[in-house]
Design a protein around this ligand. Structure first.
Ligand SMILES: [Zn+2]
Length: 210
């Protein structure tokens, strides 16, 4: 499995990356927030300490979903009108990543997917509206604004505390779920599916994963 070693520019401790395309990580020794640029680790600042809530999902603790194995290697938290939700960047044993979104009891796995609709304008989305996206007719089931309030571990996107964006949840047939995000005019789309929370099982850390 991919594993690349760097030194923390703040404290000198070793920082190993688990995911090949990580853009940001935190030093486990001094909690500095670090980002990767030109194949070097650069200091971004101190990472905010996130309040710990009881969670089925824990950083660096592998879990099983049905027969699939995942390990959360990054975590970001976002505040929105109804409280907060967590996004976990999870990798499988082959080193492929997905986003696991956890909002109270709701779990969804999502992967980035192209926004193949040049006419799509976020400003025109309203609750209950139908839009064509990703080859499907989707219904806008939720729309709102969010702000990043914390991050830890490795993430495949540069996410900073204080980052604000607009989001819309869109639902298709057969339990498919899309999340559209808009930040500074840039649209990002994620395709996902709801998980059955009762099929998630914690598993002990396995050396074979590392
Ligand atoms: Zn450090």
């Amino acid at each position: 499995m991919f594993n690349s070693a760097y030194s923390c520019p703040s404290c000198g401790a070793g920082v190993a990356l688990r995911f090949r395309y990580s853009k940001i990580t935190t030093c486990q020794h001094c909690q500095a927030s670090l980002f990767l640029e030109d194949d070097a680790m650069k200091l971004r600042g101190k990472a905010a300490v996130m309040a710990d809530y009881p969670s089925l999902i824990q950083l660096n603790t592998p879990f099983l979903y049905k027969t699939m194995q995942f390990e959360p290697i990054g975590h970001a938290r976002f505040a929105y009108a109804h409280g907060f939700w967590d996004e976990w960047w999870v990798i499988n044993p082959a080193g492929q990543g997905k986003w696991l979104s956890v909002d109270e009891g709701d779990y969804a796995l999502e992967i980035p997917t192209p926004v193949n609709n040049p006419q799509l304008n976020f400003d025109q989305l309203t609750l209950g509206k139908k839009v064509s996206l990703a080859g499907e007719r989707l219904l806008v089931s939720e729309i709102g604004q969010a702000e990043c309030t914390g991050m830890a571990g490795e993430l495949p996107e540069v996410i900073q505390i204080g980052d604000r964006f607009r989001y819309a949840h869109l639902s298709g047939v057969r339990q498919t779920l899309y999340t559209l995000e808009e930040q500074n005019g840039q649209l990002s789309l994620y395709k996902g599916a709801w998980l059955d929370v009762f099929a998630i099982r914690a598993m002990p850390a396995m050396d074979t994963l590392r």
